[in-house]
Design a protein around this ligand. Structure first.
Ligand code: FES
Length: 72
C-alpha cells in the first residue's frame, strides 16, 4: 500500500475516497453530489457517505454505524 501523502503528491487533483473500516466512506472534494431528485450540492471539504444503511441523513453518515453493529 502506498503512502497516503505520496499518493496525493502523485495525483494532486484526484478525487479521494477513503473507506473506513466498519464506518463511512470519506470523500475529499471538490465534488458535486446529485440527489435522486436531481438537486446538486457542491462539497469542497471532506464529508462522509453512509455505508451501513442506517443513517437518518442519507446519503451522509450521521454516526449511526457506531450503534447498529455495522461490520465489514
Ligand atoms: S456509515 Fe455512518 S451512519 Fe452509516
Amino acid at each position: 500500500m502506498k503512502d497516503e501523502k505520496q499518493e496525493s503528491q502523485v495525483f494532486p487533483n484526484k478525487l479521494q475516497i477513503q473507506i473506513v473500516a466498519n464506518g463511512p466512506a470519506l470523500i475529499q472534494g471538490p465534488v458535486v453530489i446529485i440527489d435522486q431528485l436531481g438537486n446538486k450540492e457542491e462539497k469542497e471539504s471532506m464529508f462522509a457517505l453512509c455505508r451501513c444503511g442506517g443513517s437518518h441523513k442519507k446519503p451522509y453518515c450521521d454516526g449511526t454505524h457506531n450503534f447498529n453493529d455495522f461490520k465489514d
